[in-house]
Design a protein around this ligand. Structure first.
Ligand SMILES: *Cc1c(COP(=O)(O)O)cnc(C)c1O
Length: 406
């Protein structure tokens, strides 16, 4: 206590708890370092009532409350907007929360939304339960057939989801064809249809969603931008300020916020995203090609493989691929053998998500493939390649393939 009083003889003596809260602090003005500072707040102080009344967080030029942005979240938003080639960004606590945010910002009772039938499963579940309960009807289209989308656009359609490549089955759709159909349908509409791309697979690295025609680009930052397998976050990026404002206001009313430490983890992952994406892509392609020639394997799905749906479109529109490939096993194998194969893997761990350092395996049930015209006896097994040495991963697959064949 005597030290505190000795440093400033003008100030009234403070008790220890007060002194610790009101401790002198000078922000580091000349401290430049690779990582931006991590700023935490629920409360943000205003110097006076005039400042309080003049501050508006909506253009991100001022701080008002932690939920509406901190220097850390504003910095991450700017970088994610840059990653996606957009102008504005809002952050959500998970990729799925970002999906729900987009739906809730643009859909009202009586509206319809269109979702590709191979979309990320929880996107469809949210539509089937919450949106349906609010009087919003989801319809499903074949993303590999633009005519099918065209036939399903109606006067009630308000939102069209896109995904490239499709979750699990990894078909690569013709995004410019799909988005130009949406734009054509908007001629003369008072409430235009909004197209939104789930860009988690491309990550803003393999292609630019806006250049391929999407109005909104959403991403699970949980995957490549983080790269660590240790944080959940989502983003919604726009070029159009009017769309951004609608998202931002819904975001505020829903109270969606992200923590500064989580934002810090994603900021830390971003500088290496292009390198990680390329390295994991190369490793996945090597393993996918090798798997294709293995006995017991019926087909390997990966957009870079010539037999995969949308291969030519992927070649035209993308400069890389996420490190995912999906294996379809021979129909003659028993389901138990496929389970034994998955259980035999040692380096590939069983777990959801992808783009972290650890390679993952996820067997899907055949029943999960309903509505996708799935012609195979087994559900697909999806592999997510991490950052291990390819030779070790190949050896792991080889020993599990021995178990598969019994
Ligand atoms: C993982 C994922 C999501 C959801 O992200 P979470 O952060 O896990 O909620 C959404 N879309 C796709 C394509 C994903 O792979």
């Amino acid at each position: 206590m005597s030290d505190l009083q000795a440093t400033d003889t003008q100030a009234p003596a403070l008790s220890q708890p007060t002194a610790l809260i009101h401790h002198a602090y000078r922000p580091p003005a000349d401290f430049a370092a690779p990582a931006p500072g991590v700023h935490k707040a629920s409360t943000v102080f205003f110097p006076n009532v005039a400042a309080l009344r003049s501050r508006d967080w909506k253009d991100k030029s001022a701080y008002t409350y932690g939920l509406h942005g901190t220097p850390t979240t504003f910095t991450l938003e700017e970088r994610i907007a840059t990653l996606e080639g957009g102008a504005h960004c809002v952050l959500a606590p998970s990729g799925l929360a970002a999906i729900a945010l987009v739906d809730m910002a643009f859909l009202r009772a009586g509206d319809e939304l269109l979702i590709p039938h191979n979309a990320y499963g929880p996107n469809k579940s949210f539509a089937a339960v919450e949106l349906a309960g609010w009087g919003i009807q989801a319809r499903y289209y074949d993303p590999m057939d633009p005519a099918d989308l065209a036939a399903r656009l109606s006067a009630q359609t308000r939102l069209v989801w896109l995904e490239a490549a499709g979750s699990v089955t990894l078909e690569f759709p013709d995004l410019p064809a799909l988005t130009s159909l949406v734009r054509a349908a908007n001629q003369g509409r008072t409430r235009p249809i909004v197209s939104v791309l789930d860009n988690t697979w491309g990550a803003g690295v393999a292609f630019c969603g806006f250049e391929l025609g999407a109005d909104i680009v959403m991403q699970a930052l949980t995957k490549y931008p983080s790269g660590g397998g240790d944080v959940l976050m989502g983003s919604v990026v726009t070029r159009d300020p009017a769309l951004h404002r609608e998202l931002l206001l819904t975001h505020m009313r829903l109270g969606l916020g992200v923590g500064a430490n989580d934002a810090e983890l994603v900021l830390r992952g971003l500088p290496s995203i292009a390198l990680r994406y390329a390295a994991q892509d190369a490793a996945a392609r090597e393993l996918a090609g090798w798997m294709q020639s293995q006995p017991g394997v019926k087909q390997v799905l990966h957009p870079a493989l010539p037999g995969s749906a949308g291969h030519e479109t992927w070649r035209r529109d993308a400069s890389g691929a996420a490190s995912l490939f999906t294996v379809v096993f021979d129909d003659s194998l028993s389901p138990e053998r496929v389970v034994a194969f998955c259980d035999a893997l040692k380096l590939f761990r069983l777990g959801y998500s992808w783009a972290g350092p650890v390679s993952l395996c996820m067997p899907y049930e055949r029943a999960d493939m309903r509505g996708r015209d799935w012609q195979h006896a087994h559900g697909p097994v999806r592999f997510a390649v991490g950052l291990e040495a390819v030779a070790d991963l190949r050896a792991d697959l080889a020993q599990a393939l021995e178990v598969l064949r019994g």
